[in-house]
Design a protein around this ligand. Structure first.
Ligand code: SIN
Length: 520
């Protein structure tokens, strides 16, 4: 075996939630190992967040924020989790992001933080760095990770499976012990080796699952890895049917979807049809700033009713000089396609954006398996209920990342009897896996999820998806068992399992609510 690694706290993933968990645990004296499948630590979902992060503006209060989150969550939020976020979140933004990691949030000419708004917020409370807030945050956190003496980083390393006593211990008696996580099997992508990483406490922070859909705002790495790892280890998953679709991504045929931040609508952008009709005004009192699920479905309905490939976001009435400075990311990306947003409406369509469900965790981020934690989008704290309030996810990642980092390192200080079993050796298979299979199987997952488990769902569509995905999963499992392991193969296996988990959740829940919209 090439490596045999042991650590106090193992963090898998390094977006805002994973990075904060790792930094907090290391600050408290734990030896931390961060593992990521990426070669570039900036490539995760956090870097793609444009709008901003919820803070506390002068007329705001935890009660008001709680109310807005619960209203957006369509009656399915876990109220204690929402209250924890609303109470602790803004203080942690100040302590960590503003004071400790010095994120350069935009300020007005008097040096006061600039607050913006997004859909379903009852006042402006979102702080931002132009329209590349996530990038600014993660840049600073990654640099802190790289220089912290208590943190080691393993890049290009993919989590293969969670190690548990019941699945991997060579001691037959361990099957009778309380189930627990003792680390992971990991793949060194460059060498093709699989090796165990043992950890006293393991924190999953692998991000979202947008890649199981044909159109998504998410990066390549958001393929549901953590959900599939947890599923195979028998960890409790909840609310997976609530996949949020962002209403506005740039529409260019055959191009990857690029997020058009909701704060453009927060600053006055209006959704229109090709003929200029403001179609949201009749649909919701908040018009273009209605909750996301309502806007996304309205766009889809308009497109279908009029056989139009997209709708448009009109920001031509905003001051052009201001718009260029406030939204440089959107401005430049649209300009690449010949769209000057100060002169032309932006063609937009919805795309899969955020998983409100995930690994069920408590107020500290503890999952149902002992010694396992989950933070950020892979987890489900219950904060988002059936639909997420915009800009709440960075805040959730910050709060639960901090809690999990703190509590896991406290556990390590309190306990000195962590059990590590001897485990089965990994058997390396050799059969070459044809990349064409991986490519085509991903297309099957993406089209199936988009057409049958997407914005609107029916029993018939879900049934059809089940037939397709069940067969595909068996096929993938067959060549996974024989194939030489690669990140691509692991990702495909995870992708199809995560798609199945979302599908099962959608089938079981017959009630239309929030992002889960059943037309039958
Ligand atoms: C956006 O900028 O529209 C995305 C923000 C979010 O999803 O919270």
């Amino acid at each position: 075996m090439p490596y045999n690694v042991k650590t106090d706290v193992l963090v898998i993933g390094c977006g805002i939630a994973g990075a904060i968990a790792a930094l907090t645990a290391a600050d408290q004296g734990a030896r931390v190992l961060v593992v990521t499948g990426m070669g570039d630590l900036m490539e995760g979902n956090t870097a793609y967040a444009q709008g901003g992060i919820i803070y506390k503006s002068p007329h705001d209060s935890p009660e008001l924020l709680t109310k807005d989150i619960i209203r957006a969550g369509a009656g399915r939020c876990h109220v204690p989790a929402v209250e924890l976020l609303a109470e602790k979140g803004p203080a942690l933004v100040k302590k960590l992001l503003i004071d400790k990691y010095a994120i350069p949030f935009d300020q007005d000419e008097k040096g006061r933080l600039d607050f913006t708004t997004e859909g379903a917020h009852s006042l402006s409370r979102v702080i931002h760095v132009a329209d590349w807030t996530g990038k600014a945050i993660i840049r600073s956190l990654v640099s802190a990770l790289k220089t912290h003496p208590g943190i080691r980083i393993l890049k290009n390393t993919t989590a293969v499976d969670i190690l548990t006593l019941s699945h991997h211990s060579r001691n037959p008696g361990d099957i009778y012990r309380e189930p627990m996580c003792v680390g992971i099997y990991a793949l060194n992508q460059k060498k093709g080796w699989v090796f165990p990483i043992f950890a006293k406490e393991t924190i999953l922070a692998t991000g979202g699952l947008g890649q199981i859909y044909l159109h998504t705002t998410n990066p390549r790495v958001a393929r549901g890895d953590g959900i599939a790892l947890a599923y195979r280890a028998g960890v409790r998953l909840i609310n997976l049917e609530y996949v949020q679709f962002h209403p506005t991504t740039l529409f260019q045929e055959d191009e990857k979807r690029f997020l058009i931040t909701e704060s453009l609508r927060g600053e006055g952008g209006i959704l229109i049809r090709r003929n200029g009709e403001r179609f949201m005004d009749d649909i919701h009192p908040m018009g273009s700033l209605a909750p996301r699920d309502i806007v996304a479905r309205a766009i889809q309905d308009v497109m279908l009713a009029h056989n139009e490939p997209c709708v448009y976001l009109d920001v031509r009435h905003l001051n052009p000089d201001w718009a260029r400075v406030r939204f440089p990311n959107v401005y430049n990306n649209c300009a690449e396609y010949g769209i000057d947003i100060t002169k032309k409406p932006i063609p937009v369509v919805p795309a899969a954006h955020y998983s409100c469900g995930g690994i069920a965790v408590d107020l500290m981020g503890r999952a149902s398996l002992k010694r396992l934690w989950a933070v950020g989008e892979v987890s489900c704290t219950g904060v988002h209920g059936a639909n997420r309030l915009a800009s709440a996810s960075l805040l959730e990642g910050l709060v639960w990342g901090y809690e999990a980092g703190r509590q896991s390192s406290l556990n390590i200080r309190r306990k000195n009897d962590y059990y590590f079993p001897s485990i089965e050796k990994w058997i390396h298979e050799k059969e070459t896996v044809d990349p064409a299979l991986i490519y085509q199987d991903w297309l099957t997952i993406k089209y199936t999820m988009w057409n049958y488990v997407g914005l609107t769902r029916t029993s018939k569509r879900l049934e059809r998806a089940l037939h397709i995905l069940r067969e595909l999963q068996q096929e993938v499992e067959r060549f996974y068992k024989r194939g030489a392991l690669s990140d691509g193969l692991i990702g495909l296996r995870n992708g199809v399992q995560t798609a199945m988990a979302v599908l099962f959740a959608a089938q079981q829940n017959r009630e239309t609510r929030g992002c889960h919209f059943r037309v039958d």
